[in-house]
Write a protein that binds this ligand. Structure first.
Ligand SMILES: [Zn+2]
Length: 380
């Protein structure tokens, strides 16, 4: 079986995060902590280094730096290179056309500006607006519910005009993807609780379900009107997410609403481990797209191969989008690019061997998933 060579296809990374200004971790545990979604200290200090993801990363970085394949050797090599060269070398090696950056995390003061990332990576950067952060700010600033709704509509009135190419929601982490409609009394009660939190803490972590669901419906109306894509975190994430409520099948009520059909919906992180369910949604709803992320979740090769096979076997490849979901250090953007191309090449080679695609079609499918589909979807 011959793999399809996708090594020269420039990438559109349709979901990733910014790059830290400071690339030197405080200690080795802080470095290891970049490669787990667990907040348990022992996961970072003891177990991360025995994941296949981490072992693979160390070996690939050692090849990149031409050093010993040990944790100590790669950390020394990245230290010696200096922060700017480190970022530039990894990002350029990945060969991006465009990075779609979720501006909601990490906090912006820790990150390089988009202009600097664009310059270092030699690619375009397109920002994505995280709606829950916007909602939190508006709840902090306004003392009544109708003022919040009005302010939200005003800010979301013309999203592309503000430079954003899409929205992103983390409702899966907060109250779950089963976004419902609530009575006005329930929403007002929920808003009162939120305001109490603002008064007690000066800020809010929006997790009042009737309120968040209601503000999301406002968001969907605005997004549909502008035919603006919205990305949803689905599946695998940190321990904030109740995995049962992060199953994309919970989105059914939203997907069934005719009035939202003009809003493209992107299910992030291959909905792992609900990959088949997510890919299924992309086959039955015209406006649902499916993200294949090769940086985070932190998976071994075999599992990345499996989810890629499942996605291609279930969904039309015009619905599949490459991403890294990389955060903070350029190594994740880079290693994702390396393995994303390799694994997609392998899966498409299998499709040719199985008589499903011609070699030319397989190459076109690879370019579509790695690049063209995202350019079309986000109109970039
Ligand atoms: Zn992300």
């Amino acid at each position: 079986m011959n793999s399809i060579d996708l090594s020269t296809v420039p990438l559109a990374d349709n979901h990733c995060h910014g790059i830290y200004r400071r690339q030197t971790p405080a200690d080795v545990t802080a470095w290891q902590g970049l490669f787990t979604e667990s907040s348990d200290f022992g996961m970072r200090s003891k177990h991360v280094t025995t994941t296949l993801f981490y072992r693979r990363l160390v070996r690939e970085m050692a090849t990149f730096f031409d050093c010993e394949p040990t944790e100590q050797a790669i950390l020394t090599a990245r230290q010696q290179l200096g922060e700017i060269d480190l970022i530039r070398n990894f990002l350029r090696a990945a060969n991006f056309d465009i990075l779609f950056i979720d501006k909601g995390y990490p906090p912006q003061d820790l990150l390089l500006s988009d202009a600097t990332v664009s310059d270092l990576a030699n690619c375009r950067v397109a920002p994505i607006l995280r709606v829950e952060l916007l909602m939190q700010r508006l709840i902090t600033e306004n003392t009544n519910l109708s003022a919040v709704v009005e302010a939200l509509r005003a800010v979301l009135n013309e999203v592309r005009g503000q430079g954003y190419v899409a929205l992103k929601s983390i409702v899966a982490y907060r109250t779950g993807l089963d976004i419902r409609s609530w009575t006005i009394n329930e929403v007002e009660e929920s808003f009162a609780l939120a305001r109490r939190e603002v008064q007690e803490k000066g800020s809010i972590r929006l997790a009042q379900k009737p309120l968040l669901d209601t503000l999301l419906h406002v968001t969907f109306e605005e997004a549909a009107r502008q035919e603006l894509p919205i990305q949803f975190h689905t599946g695998y994430g940190d321990t904030d997410a109740d995995m049962l409520l992060a199953n994309p099948l919970n989105l059914r009520a939203v997907l069934e609403r005719r009035e939202y059909r003009a809003m493209p919906v992107v299910l992030l992180h291959e909905s792992y481990p609900y990959t088949q369910q997510g890919a299924y949604l992309a086959t039955v709803y015209e406006n649902v797209f499916f993200d294949l992320s090769y940086g985070i979740p932190f998976l071994g090769y075999h599992e990345m191969l499996q989810f890629s096979r499942a996605a291609f076997s279930v969904a039309p490849y015009s619905k599949l989008l490459y991403s890294s979901d990389a955060v903070g250090v350029p190594e994740i953007h880079w290693v994702s690019a390396l393995f994303g191309r390799r694994i997609l090449g392998q899966v498409l080679g299998e499709c040719v061997a199985n008589g499903e695609l011609s070699p030319t079609q397989a190459e076109q499918a690879g370019a579509a998933v790695l690049h063209d589909n995202a350019i079309q979807l986000y109109k970039c």
